[in-house]
Design a protein around this ligand. Structure first.
Ligand SMILES: Cc1ncc(COP(=O)(O)O)c(C=O)c1O
Length: 437
């Protein structure tokens, strides 16, 4: 009989340890916000396959679109024989991404590949080498994306040398302000610091792009103050620097707007999307100002699988679902419920140091001591494990892996959402009593 344990033994025998696994279970099927493992155990999914399943597992719209497309053709390579789904999706994304200026879109396969291409475009268009990225940022695992990523272990350790010409600024992480300041009396010093950065780290004339997540994803669901991006964007504009928004995790409705940058009223020059864009199929999009996107020469951008027609059809179905099922207002509702419960946890459990969020992207930072803010890494690991044993799947985030994040499908029922939150509370309560981590 197939059990989680027997499959895990096979996995360990045939697959290296590098590709990590959070939960020692194997899926049999998944629907909506529920995952059933090979032993028939059901779990409420607060992970959405790391932010990929905003429209829910195996939604009818997406599976229908996939089935219809695979019966016609699966792959021709857009570079060899073109197809309509690629063009149709590009047109839709050009229309719905922030910014009322002419845009163009191209597709590749993963978040990391999207980031790589965003940087390629920016470097080509500016003929400048340098990129400014942020502390606690995560942009992927390919060489350039990994070099842009901040966290050393496990993402970068032992994989050097890294790509050159990357310069790193502190992010607006108010709970752990790098400058020891407090919002709002800080007057967003961390954003204006970019001007100083040009003197101390890299001259503005050498910077092609600044790349930033609107809300840190892997870095711990850190939400910057409202004015932050406007300041950064203005400084970029004054210096001919391209502003790239990495909306890989924030995008496609997670923050109750289609793109998180809409909350900040900033129109990025380039936006990179992936994860939830295609309901579970691998796809990423780079959308940018037309003149930038058209800068690289013919043949300078692309890839064999980029913009696979099945994935593009799935993405068009995802867009339809957002409209039909009003998923943005669902995200808002989910966010309110999660935020309220997490804030109550903060009142009742000293381990909860900070609660923050935007839309349905809510994070709860766990600390051993509220004064020292020592990250409660071991407690967080135990909490994730205990919750799984009680039927809830979660993943942590943060440079110290001490943040619980909410990435549940936006189609989750109120009943399952409530149940999942109650499981977290039970876990917190049990572990707080013991504190044996
Ligand atoms: C903000 C952000 N950028 C880029 C990536 C990389 O995406 P992928 O894993 O599809 O390469 C991720 C993945 O977690 C992400 O959260």
């Amino acid at each position: 009989m197939r059990t989680n344990e027997s499959l895990l033994a096979e996995r360990n025998k045939h697959i290296p340890q590098g590709p990590f696994n959070t939960h020692p279970i194997f899926v049999e099927r998944a629907k909506g916000a529920i995952i059933t493992d090979v032993e028939g155990n059901e779990y409420i999914d607060f992970t959405g396959g790391i932010g990929v399943i905003n429209v829910g597992h195996c939604s009818e719209e997406v599976t229908e679109a996939i089935k219809n497309q695979i019966e016609k053709y699966i792959h021709t390579a857009f570079h060899v024989v073109m197809y309509e789904p690629y063009v149709e999706l590009a047109k839709r994304l050009n229309a719905i991404t922030p910014g009322h200026f002419p845009k163009k879109t191209m597709f590749v396969n993963s978040g990391a590949e999207g980031i790589e291409n965003g940087v390629k475009v920016a470097r080509h268009a500016t003929a400048r080498p340098a990129i400014i990225a942020f502390e606690d940022a995560f942009h992927g695992r390919t060489l350039l994306a990994m070099s842009l990523t901040s966290k050393m272990k496990p993402y970068k350790f032992g994989f050097g040398p890294y790509a050159p010409e990357i310069y790193r600024m502190p992010f607006a992480y108010c709970y752990r302000c790098a400058f020891g300041l407090e919002y709002p009396s800080c007057e967003i010093y961390c954003a204006y610091y970019l001007k100083d950065f040009f003197n101390t780290h890299i001259a503005a004339e050498q910077v092609a792009a600044l790349i930033v997540e609107p809300v840190l994803g892997e870095g711990g669901f850190v939400v910057p103050p409202k004015e932050y991006f406007k300041v950064l964007y203005k400084i970029c504009q004054e210096n001919g620097i391209i502003f790239i928004a990495d909306e890989v995790q924030t995008g496609f409705g997670r923050t109750a707007k289609m793109f998180a940058m809409e909350h900040y009223e900033v129109d990025p020059d380039i936006i990179v999307m992936a994860k939830s864009i295609a309901g579970g199929l691998p796809l990423s999009a780079i959308t940018g100002r037309g003149e930038l996107m058209d800068h690289p020469q013919v043949g300078g951008l692309g890839g064999t699988f980029g913009g696979n027609p099945v994935a593009c059809r799935a993405a068009l179905a995802v867009l339809k679902m957002f409209e039909k099922e009003n998923l943005l207002s669902k995200a808002e509702k989910i966010g309110k419920m999660v935020l309220e419960r997490f804030n109550r946890f903060k009142e009742n459990y000293p381990i909860v140091g900070d609660v923050r969020g935007l839309g349905a992207m809510i994070g709860m930072e766990l600390v051993v001591d509220r004064k020292t803010k020592e990250p409660a890494t071991a407690f967080t690991r135990r909490l994730v494990q205990v919750c799984r044993e009680k039927g809830l799947l979660m993943i942590s985030a943060g440079t110290h892996s001490n943040i619980i994040r909410s990435l549940m499908p936006l189609v989750i029922s109120e009943k399952h959402l409530e149940k999942g939150l109650s499981i977290i509370e039970e876990g917190l309560s049990e572990l707080e009593k013991k504190r044996d981590f």
